[in-house]
Design a protein around this ligand. Structure first.
Ligand code: UTP
Length: 474
C-alpha cells in the first residue's frame, strides 16, 4: 500500500503542518490498521492542531500576568447575607428537578497509582466504599429528601469508559436507576514532541493522545447529547464536582440559591472556595481581574501577592478553589457554540513513550520529551457576565484523594472523613472522644444514606457518646 492511499487533502494538510513523517508512516500500514490510522487522523481538526503546535511548542512564551490582580469578593461563611432565604430558593430548584449532578472522571489518576478508574477506589474510612458509591448514595438520599429525580452525568475518557460503566452496572448503579445516569467520553488531544513539533505514535498506526482536560467537559457534554438529554428532562443547572473529593456536597441548596438568585450572579457559573491553608498552598486562587472573577493558578500568582495580608492579618488572596461549581446549561451551550468563548489550552511538559515511525522501535524517554495540551473547566468563570464565589468550610467539603501517601492522600482523606462525622455528631449533642491534640479518638463513617448534612442525623437513632478507640458506622 502506498502513501497515495491517504486522501490527497489529508496528505497535503499533514505536510502543511509539518507532519510528513505520518504520511510516510501511513504507507507502511495495511488493511485495517491503515483504515484505523486514517480514521484517527480525520478525527482531528488538523489545521487547528498545527496552530496549537506552533503556539505551544518550543517557542512558547507564557502570557504575562494581568497588570492588576485584586482578591475576588466572596460570600463568606457567617457573612452578611441570608442563608435561610437562599437555602429555600435552592430547595425549590432541587424539588423542581432543575439541578443535575455532573462528575468529571476522565483523569488518568497517575498520582494515586490505582489500576482502574479513580471513582472505583475504596475510599470511605471504615467500609471502604468506592467514591462512585458515595456520590450515588448522596444522590439517592437527596432524591428521598426533596422528592425528585436528580440526573447524573459522568464524564469518562476513552481509557476508562468501559471499566466505569461496567463498574456501575455490576453494582446495580448503587440503587439509582440506570436511566438517570449518563456516561459519556471526553475528547483526546494528540501529544507532540517538544523539540520537533512532530505528533508521536503510541504504537504503529496509532497517535499518542491524552484526555483533553476537565475543560473538555463542555464540548463533550454537547457532542455526546448529554446536554440536550438533560435539558429535555427540565434540568437548568449542573452541580459540577471532581471524582476524587468524597466530601463534595453535591446537592447544596444554599449554593444553588445564591448561584441562581444572588443579585451579583449572572447564574452562569459560580464556585466554592475555602480559606487557603498557607500562602503557598498549591490551589488556584479566586481573583478579580478588570472587574471579572477568575482563578489564577498558584504557580501564576506573583509571590508578593500570594503572601500579602490584609488589616485583619489574613491572606489577602485567601480564596482557594476546591473545584466545585454551579454551571447553567444555557452557559455551556453558549460556550460551545460561540468561538469567542473558546477556552485556551494549558500545556504540560511530560514524558511520553513513543514508537519511532521509521524503525518501529519503542522508546521510553527518561526526561520530559513531549507536550500534552489540556483545557480547564475553571477557565469558563471569566467568560461569565458575573460570577460569584461562596466560602465553605474545608473539613466539610474538601477531602481530596490525589496521592497514594502524604498530603491529599487516602490517609489524609480518611482522617478528614472521621473529623467531619465527629463534627456533625457533636453539632447534635453526641459526645466525641478526642485526644490531647484535638483529633478524634475513634474512626467514624456516616453513610450518605443516613445523612448528607448534619440535620439529617436527627432522624436516626444515635448513641449519646462514641466510645474511645471504637470504630463506628452510622
Ligand atoms: P486531576 O488534575 O487531579 O488529574 O483531575 P487526574 O488525571 O485525575 O490525576 P493525576 O494528575 O494523573 O494524578 C481533577 C479531576 O478532573 C478529572 C479527573 O478525573 C478528576 O476528577 N479530569 C482530569 C478529567 O475528567 N479529564 C481530564 O482530562 C483530566
Amino acid at each position: 500500500m502506498s502513501a497515495a492511499t491517504l486522501p490527497d487533502t489529508l496528505t497535503q494538510q499533514l505536510r502543511a503542518i509539518g507532519q510528513s513523517h505520518l504520511v510516510g508512516h501511513a504507507a507502511t500500514l495495511d488493511g485495517a490498521s491503515h483504515d484505523a490510522f486514517l480514521a484517527q487522523l480525520e478525527s482531528f481538526d488538523l489545521i487547528s492542531l498545527g496552530n496549537y503546535i506552533d503556539e505551544y511548542g518550543s517557542s512558547y512564551t507564557p502570557p504575562p500576568p494581568p497588570a492588576s490582580i485584586e482578591p475576588a469578593s466572596c460570600y463568606t461563611l457567617g457573612g452578611d447575607w441570608d442563608v435561610n432565604t437562599y437555602r429555600a430558593k435552592g430547595e425549590e430548584l432541587i424539588r423542581a428537578g432543575k439541578i443535575a449532578c455532573f462528575t468529571v472522571a476522565g483523569g488518568q489518576g497517575s498520582r494515586l497509582g490505582y489500576d482502574g478508574p479513580k471513582g472505583c477506589f475504596a475510599t470511605s474510612c471504615v467500609n471502604g466504599k468506592p467514591l462512585f458509591q458515595l456520590f450515588a448514595e448522596s444522590i439517592f438520599k437527596a432524591q428521598e429528601k426533596y422528592g425528585c429525580v436528580i440526573p447524573w452525568a459522568i464524564m469518562t475518557s476513552p481509557l476508562n469508559h468501559d471499566a466505569t460503566v461496567g463498574f456501575f452496572e455490576s453494582n446495580d448503579c448503587f440503587g439509582l436507576d440506570r436511566g438517570q445516569i449518563m456516561f459519556f467520553e471526553q475528547g483526546v488531544m494528540p501529544s507532540f514532541d517538544l523539540a520537533t513539533g512532530r505528533l508521536l505514535l503510541a504504537e504503529p498506526g496509532v497517535l499518542a493522545t491524552n484526555p483533553d482536560g476537565h475543560g473538555g467537559a463542555y464540548k463533550a457534554l454537547k457532542v455526546s447529547g448529554a446536554l440536550d438529554a438533560m435539558r429535555a428532562k427540565g434540568v437548568e443547572q449542573l452541580s459540577y464536582f471532581q471524582v476524587d473529593n468524597p466530601h463534595a456536597r453535591i446537592i447544596d441548596p444554599v449554593f444553588f440559591g445564591l448561584h441562581a438568585f444572588a443579585p451579583d450572579s449572572s447564574g452562569q457559573m459560580s464556585s466554592k472556595m475555602v480559606a487557603k491553608a498557607s500562602w503557598d498552598e498549591k490551589v488556584g486562587v479566586f481573583c478579580s481581574v478588570n472587574g471579572r472573577t477568575e482563578i489564577i493558578e498558584y504557580s501564576d500568582l506573583p509571590e508578593d501577592l500570594a503572601k500579602r495580608t490584609g488589616a485583619n492579618g489574613k491572606l489577602a488572596f485567601n480564596a482557594g478553589s476546591i473545584a466545585i461549581h454551579a454551571i447553567s446549561l444555557a452557559f455551556i451551550e453558549q460556550m460551545v457554540s460561540d468561538p469567542k468563548y473558546a477556552l485556551p489550552f494549558h500545556r504540560a511538559h511530560k514524558k511520553v513513550a513513543f514508537v519511532d515511525p521509521t524503525s518501529g522501535e519503542s522508546l521510553s524517554p527518561d526526561a520530559p520529551n513531549a507536550i500534552k495540551l489540556e483545557r480547564f473547566v475553571f477557565d469558563g468563570i471569566k467568560l461569565a457576565d458575573q460570577s460569584i464565589v461562596v466560602e465553605t468550610d474545608r473539613v466539610e467539603e474538601f477531602a481530596p484523594v490525589k496521592n497514594a501517601t502524604g498530603a491529599d492522600s487516602i490517609g489524609s482523606s480518611k482522617l478528614l472523613q472521621t473529623e467531619r462525622a465527629a463534627r456533625w455528631l457533636e453539632s447534635i449533642g453526641v459526645s466525641i472522644p478526642r485526644k490531647a491534640d484535638g483529633s478524634v479518638d475513634a474512626v467514624i463513617e456516616i453513610s450518605p444514606l443516613s445523612a448528607i448534612e448534619p440535620g439529617d442525623l436527627e432522624a436516626i437513632d444515635l448513641p449519646t457518646a462514641i466510645e474511645p478507640g471504637s470504630t463506628v458506622v452510622l
